[in-house]
Design a binder for this molecule. Structure first.
Ligand SMILES: [Mn+2]
Length: 356
């Protein structure tokens, strides 16, 4: 049932004073992607439930969004999913899950929705970005993360595919990519100038080589310290939308935030985004009017000492998504065109007289 507040926000007054329902600001498809095989730690498949329990649907409805909940995808276990090259883990499972998600995101965007994918680990971005580009071949990707996730299967040290999705997506890297079992469906769909990173602070040597040699725009935490988040967002959006106004895909890893704010995640790194920097990023992306899909990944409610820490991390994820769809810190007014005035001037006169 719609809350009174959300109903009130759907109402607006026309110039002639007639109150009528107006078209919601966004129609949002919500896709749960409880997938964990892109990494080793257990629990990240509980991310979608944690984020739902933190009130995601209610918050989006409260903003006037029409939310279509696609539920949680079901990922089938691929039997005998042996490591590739003695290192890369669960290639067939990651490949299949991403294929399933690509179909879901593509379908949601084709139906006219903005698509929110809640994970699950970051290997899912293979699927969400591939699916998104089926509808919009030219995307701008903003990747907010402590890590660059751009190792290739031949440079990875951990073997975890959640540290590699970007390498599969970039056209320029394809001569460095081996054919992984389970990935034959995947076509590279981004150019290195289509992506900007924000929040980096734990980058492997091979990843740093790729960022530098393939001319990929990134803003590390040091850059945020140096420039401030306002300039970082200005430059990010100039870089991506300066030439053409492509739809934006935001891939937001909760580990971009400082671990004091987002402790429930698999690979926390000290010195991350503040709450205010995170909200500013999401506000600026909303303000472009170009946001078309969001991934919110790596919330792992099992990796914390207390339930409060898990709840705080999931609430932070909800704040990011809500801000992407129009929640503001300065407030907003849809229902007011005017302030209430005292109904009768005589009444206030008579009160005045009584006081005298
Ligand atoms: Mn990541």
């Amino acid at each position: 049932a719609m809350s009174l507040l959300s109903f009130a926000r759907l109402l607006t007054k026309q110039a002639d004073g007639v109150v009528q329902r107006h078209k919601p600001a966004h129609s949002v498809a919500l896709v749960g992607a409880p997938f964990s095989r892109g990494q080793k730690r257990r629990g990240v498949d509980h991310g979608p439930a944690a984020i739902r329990n933190a009130g995601l649907l209610e918050r989006l409805s409260g903003l006037g969004c029409q939310v279509y909940d696609f539920g949680d995808l079901i990922f089938t276990q691929v039997p005998n999913d042996e490591v590739y090259n003695k290192l890369v883990k669960y290639p067939r499972s990651v490949g299949l899950a991403s294929q399933v998600l690509a179909d879901a995101v593509s379908g949601a965007v084709a139906a006219g929705h903005s698509c929110v994918t809640v994970g699950g680990d970051h290997s899912l971005a293979l699927g969400s970005i591939s699916g998104h580009t089926r509808q919009y071949p030219h995307l701008s990707v903003i990747w907010v993360d402590a890590h660059a996730d751009i190792n290739t299967p031949l440079t990875t040290q951990s073997g975890n595919l959640h540290g590699q999705p970007v390498s599969f997506l970039l056209r320029e890297l394809q001569d460095k990519m081996p054919q992984l079992p389970g990935f034959s469906w995947l076509k590279p769909c981004l150019s290195s100038s289509d992506i900007v990173y924000i929040g980096l602070r734990d980058v492997d040597p091979a990843e740093h080589y790729i960022l530098k040699n393939y001319d990929i725009q990134y803003f590390s935490m040091r850059d945020i310290d140096r420039l401030g988040i306002q300039k970082v967002m200005e430059r990010t959006l100039d870089h991506l939308t300066g030439r053409r106004q492509s739809p934006i895909h935001l891939s937001f890893d909760i580990d971009a935030f400082d671990p004091s704010l987002a402790p429930a995640t698999g690979t926390p790194v000290l010195g991350g985004l503040t709450y205010r920097e995170g909200m500013y990023i999401a506000e600026e992306i909303h303000n472009t009017g170009l946001l078309s899909a969001v991934d919110l990944v790596e919330v792992n409610p099992l990796l914390v000492a207390t339930q409060e820490q898990a709840n705080a991390t999931a609430s932070l994820a909800v704040d990011v998504i809500a801000t992407c769809f129009g929640q503001t810190r300065e407030g907003a007014h849809v229902v007011y065109d005017d302030l209430p005035t005292p109904s009768s001037p005589d009444e206030s006169d008579s009160e005045e007289q009584v006081r005298i």
